[in-house]
Ligand binder design. Structure first.
Ligand code: PHE
Length: 467
């Protein structure tokens, strides 16, 4: 076992690393599209309420578990449950979930990397043809990009918490903010941009169906990196006495602001290209948007700024998505690495090799799920439809287990670890929290309706996806 646990060097370092985890592909594309299709400003309002009243308490609970124990999720649950066998289950789920989500997220990030390289090498015209995507994801080049991506991520992880994760976040996150704002400013000066802003912001409360609410909730939950053991792990690297509630608020705010700002990029871009478009017809899938739809729009920008200008715009966009995805992958792969170190006493390097080796194999299974290998492409039949290996991983771990993990965190913190201990942890570093309205709200919500909501989402997903 390592002698002294590594910690983040500063409060800002922790915040940027956690925000790096939270800001991902979900923020940049899925969020703006979902918002526009589901009531614009009305969706934004509901989403913000979900973040503040449901997700923030769960985030604080995860961070507190990590900071209290200084351990990976498996160790944290074991320690605070007094070694209970039953409570080991959420610990193991908080290990396998990030492990598997990383696998499918890796594959999508590989495609982003491929699109960035293609753009930089002057091939935006090719990307703008829909056929390119199918060819690209079924070509052996994806394996080469997978190796490159694994080297980048594991290279960062190998440098450790402070010199790797924290330093990468401190470099990459400011870059991401600047690129995002730069693209927004450019696009807002283009013709018809304001039509997109209107669609994005004008509220339509009639669109807020139960289905939309549950989607908004799932989106907020995923976006804040909850239910994946990430915040337990990052919490364990927090400096002693750093305020959990205060830091959680800044992370949640940053994540939400980035998602909101991404809407000011995506919608105006789409409307500039096609002011007649009916945004409800946009694809629900982030991959569909990033790889099929947006490249066409980027290509069309050449009428305004020439081919090189359009390529530059597209390259900055793909780079932005890549940076967001890399900081998320770093955080998610750190979870199994931390577990192997804490639970098995492995050194960082060995843990990275072990996790990386298995992940590469599984990521390859996912990557060949799009036609390259029939067996993985038609892996199972669920709810009467053929699902690939990639789909299956996403359905099980992202759609289904994520809310279950959130549910278990709430129940564990309130009923097993106990409110009084949780409260003490939140007050450490934030004395004004004691007895505050927030504290009473958080205790009440985590013990009552938040788990109920997560349970409903879980049941609904199981019913929908599996039967
Ligand atoms: N918050 C990330 C996103 O929005 C979710 C995520 C975190 C995914 C970590 C993978 C790894 O994309």
């Amino acid at each position: 076992m390592s002698a002294a646990r590594e910690h983040f060097g500063s409060r800002l370092g922790f915040i940027l690393a956690a925000a790096g985890s939270a800001v991902g592909i979900g923020n940049l594309v899925a969020f703006p599209v979902a918002a526009t299709k589901s009531g614009g400003g009305a969706f934004l309002l509901i989403y913000a309420l979900f973040v503040v009243f449901i997700c923030l308490p769960v985030m604080m609970a995860e961070l507190a578990l990590g900071r209290r124990t200084d351990k990976d999720p498996v160790g944290a649950y074991r320690e605070l449950s007094g070694g209970s066998k039953l409570w080991q289950i959420p610990g193991w789920l908080a290990l396998i979930t990030p492990f598997m989500i990383a696998v499918f997220y890796l594959v999508v990030t590989v495609w982003v990397l491929g699109y960035l390289v293609a753009t930089l090498t002057g091939n935006l015209d090719m990307l703008a043809t829909e056929a390119y995507f199918g060819q690209f994801i079924n070509s052996p080049t994806v394996f080469a990009y997978l190796v490159v991506l694994m080297l980048i991520i594991n290279g960062i992880l190998a440098l450790g918490v402070k010199d790797g994760i924290e330093r990468a976040a401190k470099t990459l996150m400011p870059m991401l903010f600047v690129m995002l704002v730069g693209l927004v400013i450019f696009v807002l000066t283009q013709e018809n941009a304001m039509l997109g802003v209107q669609y994005y912001l004008i509220p339509d409360f009639s669109k807020l169906t139960p289905d939309v609410l549950s989607k908004a909730m799932a989106q907020a939950f995923f976006s804040l990196s909850l239910g994946m053991g990430i915040l337990i792990t990052y919490g364990s690297y927090m400096k002693a006495h750093q305020s959990v509630p205060g830091s959680a608020k800044v992370v949640a705010l940053t994540d939400t602001m980035v998602a909101f700002t991404a809407g000011l990029l995506i919608l105006p871009t789409i409307f500039h290209f096609n002011p007649q478009i009916d945004p409800t017809e946009l694809s629900d899938s982030s991959a569909g948007m990033i790889f099929l739809f947006l490249p066409k729009i980027f290509y069309a920008l050449q009428d305004n700024v020439g081919y090189v200008g359009a390529s530059a715009f597209a390259a900055v966009f793909f780079f932005l998505v890549l940076v967001a995805a890399i900081t998320s992958l770093v955080s998610i792969i750190e979870v199994p690495v931390a577990t192997l170190r804490d639970e098995r006493g492995m050194d960082r390097r060995k843990a990275i090799y072990t996790v990386g080796a298995v992940q590469v194999v599984l990521a390859i299974f996912c990557a060949v799920s799009f036609g390259m290998v029939q067996w993985f492409t038609e892996f199972v039949t669920l709810a009467g439809a053929n699902k690939s290996f990639f789909d299956l991983v996403e359905i099980i771990f992202y759609d289904t287990i994520l809310p279950l993990n959130g549910l278990l965190v709430c129940l564990f913190v309130i009923y097993r670890w106990k409110k009084s201990n949780f409260d003490k942890e939140l007050q450490d570093g934030d004395p004004s929290f004691a007895g505050s309205f927030s504290q009473r709200y958080i205790n009440f919500a985590l013990g009552t309706f938040i788990p109920v909501i997560l349970l409903l989402i879980f049941i609904n997903t199981v019913a929908l996806k599996f039967f």
